[in-house]
Design a protein. Structure first.
Length: 302
């Protein structure tokens, strides 16, 4: 088993292996997180008269990582230099007291090489360590709390699909497009006509396995005018009210951060695209002269 802790602010990572070498070694007492979360009921007080009602919330997921810091042959650093190195990575917050977010990837190294990740955690208990007298080793521990209690697959184990806005051929300003209420439409003069580099523009249905509604990340390619990406199954959507040139790349990550070419967008945007358990049908709508595409990535929660 091994862990990879990733600091989102700069993508730096800290690796812990359960092996007999290396300066940072995962302790055998580390507990693998379970794949379920609980609904917790309690009392919620309201009003000056002290009335109350029952309330429920989704339990946050705590995760504590015990590990050893030690001098050994693969490094020339002393024990306290190694401790400072670990402390320099596990920083709870920035100078303005905004908490840093961390992802923790878990690689079980079992027969099926199972792996998963916990996302968007904050440090709940800072790194602390205890040095053993007479030995060049320290027992350390760091604790996180994850507001999102679910576990997610890592990287390419998620679903990826590419959507096109159809009917964008030269001389065919409307062409065939998908309308959420009227379905597929096309002009009587040109019928079904597409640009060579584009696609059919038809909606795509994928099967998502998840125990909770999850955000969908987006990355566009090519020219799109007023694009809107819609999940026809649950009604969620993301809209960009402007023009993306052929060289522009719009991205929407799982936290809802929207960038165009890595910068703040010049045009307004709205909505949040999500997916639910089971079949989800997605479509890309755009104005004429929009031969571009949008790639969606969906990571189901479990």
């Amino acid at each position: 088993m091994r862990l990879k802790i990733i600091r989102q602010s700069d993508a730096q990572h800290f690796d812990l292996n359960a092996v007999a070498y290396g300066p940072f070694v995962l302790d055998a007492s580390a507990l693998i997180p379970g794949g379920s979360s609980l609904d917790v009921s309690g009392y919620e007080f309201s009003g000056r008269d002290g009335g109350y009602q029952t309330a429920s919330r989704l339990q946050r997921r705590p995760f504590t990582i015990p590990f050893a810091i030690r001098e050994e042959r693969t490094t020339q650093l002393g024990l306290f230099e190694l401790i400072r190195q670990a402390q320099g990575f596990f920083v709870p917050h920035s100078d303005d007291l905004s908490p840093y977010l961390y992802n923790v990837e878990v690689y079980t190294d079992d027969r099926n090489q199972t792996s998963f990740q916990m996302r968007n955690g904050t440090i709940s208990v800072p790194l602390n360590s205890k040095t053993l007298v007479g030995e060049c080793i320290a027992q350390a521990q760091i604790s996180f709390i994850f507001g999102d209690p679910y576990l997610y697959p890592i990287g390419d184990s998620g679903l990826t699909l590419t959507l096109f806005a159809g009917g964008q051929a030269t001389g065919t300003p409307n062409g065939r497009r998908w309308d959420s209420s009227a379905g597929a439409l096309w002009t009587t003069a040109n019928g079904k006509t597409w640009v060579t580099s584009g696609g059919s523009g038809d909606p795509i249905t994928v099967d998502v396995i998840t125990i909770a509604t999850v955000p969908v990340s987006i990355e566009t390619s090519g020219q799109l005018i007023d694009p809107q990406i819609v999940n026809l199954t649950n009604g969620s959507s993301f809209s960009y009210d402007g023009t993306l040139s052929p060289s522009d790349v719009l991205t929407v990550d799982i936290l809802g951060n929207v960038l165009v070419n890595g910068n703040t967008p010049s045009f307004p945007f709205s909505g949040s695209l999500t997916a639910i358990n089971g079949a989800n049908t997605f479509a890309l709508l755009a104005a004429g002269s929009s031969p571009g595409s949008a790639e969606l990535t969906i990571l189901g929660a479990f």
